[in-house]
Design a binder for this molecule. Structure first.
Ligand SMILES: *[C@@H]1O[C@H](CO)[C@@H](O)[C@H](O)[C@H]1NC(C)=O
Ligand SMILES: *[C@@H]1O[C@H](CO)[C@@H](O)[C@H](O)[C@H]1NC(C)=O
Ligand SMILES: *[C@@H]1O[C@H](CO)[C@@H](O)[C@H](O)[C@H]1NC(C)=O
Ligand SMILES: CC(=O)N[C@H]1CO[C@H](CO)[C@@H](O)[C@@H]1O
Length: 752
């Protein structure tokens, strides 16, 4: 019999979120091999390991890759194309010294490249740890074009002190701004001197006060970026994002970490009598990323892992995406918080925080703040100071002693955009792509994890002004699940992901994979994709706007498909399963979408349209995505429909005709309880736990029945070990068919 597939809407008007709505659950999951097979993922395997950064050159169509002892240049269009290398080892003497100092030959005594910046049209600037003797070099990009792979000689490099850490494990952040290198590093052999430097270029090297814990203490640097505050270049500031030990929070309990944002004026050249060649405008504030707990307190994510700065049309007011983690006895997890630049600027206008009083406690500074307010850049906007060297002594002194502001920076909506707690991975890197969709702009988040995954998430506007995160996809981009150490986007098309395994090049979207029909395209809610009337295809902002759909409007995701009267056909699968009486079988329904709710229905009779919902009863267990029949009985036979529901839309994904075959009488009598292992082997892995629970429940409920049954079995006293032939087999290969939804809508129960 050919089943007519059914898709129907529960209601186009009043749809509430179903229990199947699990926002933190990725809607689709792809394994590494699936991604490779579908052509969405290309791989450049690299054996050197320790991939630190990826630098795309859009004009030159190159991707520069910094690693241990190597600098690579790959194609930005196809990373699998042959790449070029520059070999840049540490000098043999330094490796000897490093080994003598008791360091690890593989993990420390090599040249770990930690700085890779575009310098000018023809050169890159790069630095490596050089086996605990940092070196830097201007790298002409034409070197990569040479016929043979090049080796960088010691003479071609310069000292990397104040530019690059000694220890490859120390987190580092750098940026080249107007030909000068800004570097957040630990600048000594022992990694005790956390510092923020500016070097290169014409001006004297300038840095933070050395060994001054109120400035920086055990800092782990994440990002350096220049921000414009006004049209006047003199007001430009350089921001530094990091995590550090928070002096103000430490007590008897010991070390406390806080995420920070610090800033300096770009035109800071230090003080005249004090803070000579030190920043005279260095200030910092705490960045908060927390969620309220039931007890009213907040759970804080305090370890900043990555920052992505999204410059929109308004250059002066970018959005800052921060990726945080927390590790504690109470909670391990990750979160993404978003900050507005104006909120950061506001914090720097707030009160200063300092230690005072007999107990030397941290408190708000309530005295007189000197003029010009410390942290102000010398500019024509504020008085007549032409440089920081002209600032009065009291301003410089105050700057030196009051780097911390009391005001904190809070995220948009005062809460994270995305949280991952209770998962076996942590988030490591983030990039954001602003996408022009049919119904407006979306920020699509691509997030790397320490288990080789990339999550693709969007946030939808929600009622009451709070937004809602939806993870569209979870993609395993590294075969061996190596932590993602670098992420970069290229021109709206590719995501490059780096790890110790190499570089993966992932297409941001693959619209045709969502399905052949409008409904599937709409349910995917991928801002990159749109139903064009014929297929699910990449959305081009200039394309026809007639066939619109609304990504954010999830109360009515398919309205447009319905309105068009087209594309409400979904492929359904048909299967036949034959099982012998007494044996076990499993009816499986595995929708691609993990947001779809699964309900099973059984037809009353062969030709009857009436059906009832299948629920767990004796001898039959409905689990997450399937029905388990531990011992088939004749009355289990019949036609089963797996109905999916997502956002109020229902359709049948699989129809299974189960035939229970009855062998001769005596074999029925032989039937024994299925062995645990056999049953388990039938079930899709992730259902196991649920199955065990369900079975446990049933065992309890039907204990008496079972005891009775077993007693009867024992009475039969049959000694034969095997209960007949294994009769399960699938007939046909799950014929796919397509049919119109409208015609069959009435066949389906409207409410479950
Ligand atoms: C780029 O910088 C390098 C190193 O300072 C210099 O030799 C080269 O001439 C510069 N190129 C351009 C185009 O300015
Ligand atoms: C979090 O992780 C740390 C170490 O990774 C572990 O010691 C701690 O017990 C974990 N806490 C929880 C609640 O799982
Ligand atoms: C049930 O399955 C077992 C194990 O596969 C097989 O040996 C046996 O013959 C089957 N019994 C029936 C009645 O099909
Ligand atoms: C491939 C296939 O079997 N197509 C059939 C699907 O169902 C429709 C309507 O019942 C038939 O017309 C097709 O031939």
């Amino acid at each position: 019999m050919r089943r007519i597939l059914s898709i129907t809407f529960a209601s186009l008007l009043a749809i509430t979120l179903t229990g199947a709505w699990r926002p933190s659950q990725p809607r689709l999951q792809f394994t590494h091999s699936e991604l490779v097979r579908s052509g969405r993922l290309m791989i450049l395997p690299l054996s050197a390991g320790d991939l630190n950064s990826l630098l795309p050159d859009e004009d030159g169509r190159r991707l520069y890759i910094s690693m241990k002892d190597y600098l690579l240049s790959a194609s930005l269009d196809d990373v699998t194309q042959p790449h070029r290398k520059i070999y840049w080892p540490a000098s043999p003497e330094r490796i000897q010294d490093c080994l003598m100092a008791g360091k690890d030959p593989q993990l420390e005594c090599a040249n770990f490249l930690r700085v890779l910046e575009p310098y000018n049209q023809t050169h890159l600037y790069a630095c490596g740890t050089g086996a605990f003797n940092p070196r830097c070099a201007y790298i002409p990009t034409r070197l990569f074009l040479m016929a043979e792979d090049q080796t960088l000689q010691h003479e071609q490099t310069e000292s990397g002190k104040g530019k690059c850490p000694y220890d490859p494990h120390q987190k580092t952040a750098t940026a080249i701004i107007d030909g000068e290198l800004y570097a957040g590093i630990t600048s000594d052999f022992m990694s005790r001197d956390s510092a923020f430097f500016r070097s290169l270029g014409e001006r004297h090297v300038i840095r933070t006060e050395q060994y001054e814990p109120t400035w920086l203490q055990e800092a782990e640097f994440v990002r350096v970026a220049m921000m414009k505050e006004s049209d006047n270049e003199e007001d430009d500031k350089v921001y530094l994002f990091f995590t550090e030990r928070a002096q103000e929070a430490e007590g008897p309990a010991g070390k406390v970490l806080y995420a920070r944002v610090a800033r300096v004026c770009k035109n800071d050249i230090g003080g005249q009598r004090s803070l000579v060649n030190k920043w005279s405008t260095f200030q910092k504030a705490r960045m908060i990323c927390s969620v309220p707990r039931p007890d009213g307190l907040q759970t804080h994510f305090d370890q900043l892992q990555d920052i992505f700065i999204h410059h929109g049309k308004d250059e002066r007011n970018p959005l800052i995406y921060g990726l945080f983690t927390t590790t504690s006895d109470v909670l391990n997890g990750s979160a993404v918080c978003v900050y507005r630049m104006q909120d950061i600027i506001r914090a720097f206008k707030g009160n200063f925080y300092h230690r005072e009083g007999p107990q030397y406690k941290w408190a708000e500074f309530t005295g007189r703040v000197p003029y010009p307010r410390p942290g102000t850049c010398p500019s024509s906007t504020y008085g007549s100071f032409r440089s920081t060297r002209e600032y009065p002594d009291d301003v410089i002194f105050f700057s030196r002693t009051h780097p911390l502001l009391q005001e904190v920076v809070r995220p948009v909506d005062s809460r994270p955009l995305l949280i991952r707690v209770g998962v076996d991975y942590k988030l490591t890197r983030i990039v954001v792509d602003r996408v022009e969709a049919v119904d407006g702009q979306y920020d699509v988040l691509f997030i790397g994890t320490d288990s080789g995954l990339v999550l693709k998430s969007i946030h939808l506007p929600k009622e009451q002004g709070q937004s809602q995160e939806v993870t569209l996809e979870q993609l395993q981009v590294f075969k061996h699940k190596s932590p993602v150490t670098a992420l970069t986007l290229s021109k709206k098309k590719w995501l490059f992901v780096g790890s110790a395994e190499g570089v993966s090049q992932l297409a941001l979207y693959q619209c045709d994979l969502y399905g052949q029909v409008c409904a599937e395209c709409c349910l995917a809610r991928d801002p990159y994709c749109n139903w064009d009337g014929h297929a699910c295809s990449p959305y081009m902002p200039v394309a026809r706007r007639r066939n619109t759909r609304h990504v954010g409007d999830y109360r009515n995701p398919l309205t447009e498909c319905v309105r068009q009267g087209a594309g409400l056909e979904v492929q359904s699968e048909e299967k036949e399963i034959v099982v012998a009486v007494g044996n076990s079988t499993y009816l499986e329904c595995l929708p691609n979408s993990h947001h779809a709710k699964v309900t099973w229905f059984k037809q009353i009779g062969e030709n009857s349209l009436e059906q009832y919902e299948v629920t767990s009863r004796d001898q039959l267990v409905v689990i997450d995505r399937g029905i388990l029949i531990p011992r088939a009985e004749l009355n289990h036979g019949g036609i089963y429909h797996c109905q999916l529901e997502e956002h109020g839309f229902r359709w049948t994904a699989v129809t299974i005709r189960l035939s229970v075959w009855s062998p001769s009488r005596h074999t029925i009598a032989d039937s024994t309880q299925p062995r645990h292992q056999e049953v388990m082997s039938l079930i899709h892995h992730r259902d196991l736990e649920h199955y065990c629970k369900e079975l446990g429940k049933q065992r309890h409920e039907h204990k008496k029945t079972r005891e009775k049954e077993q007693a009867q079995e024992r009475k039969r006293g049959d000694r034969q070990k095997h209960g007949g032939e294994r009769g399960e087999k699938e007939r046909g290969r799950g014929r796919k068919n397509r049919s119109k939804m409208g015609s069959s809508a009435s066949r389906f129960p409207r409410s479950a």
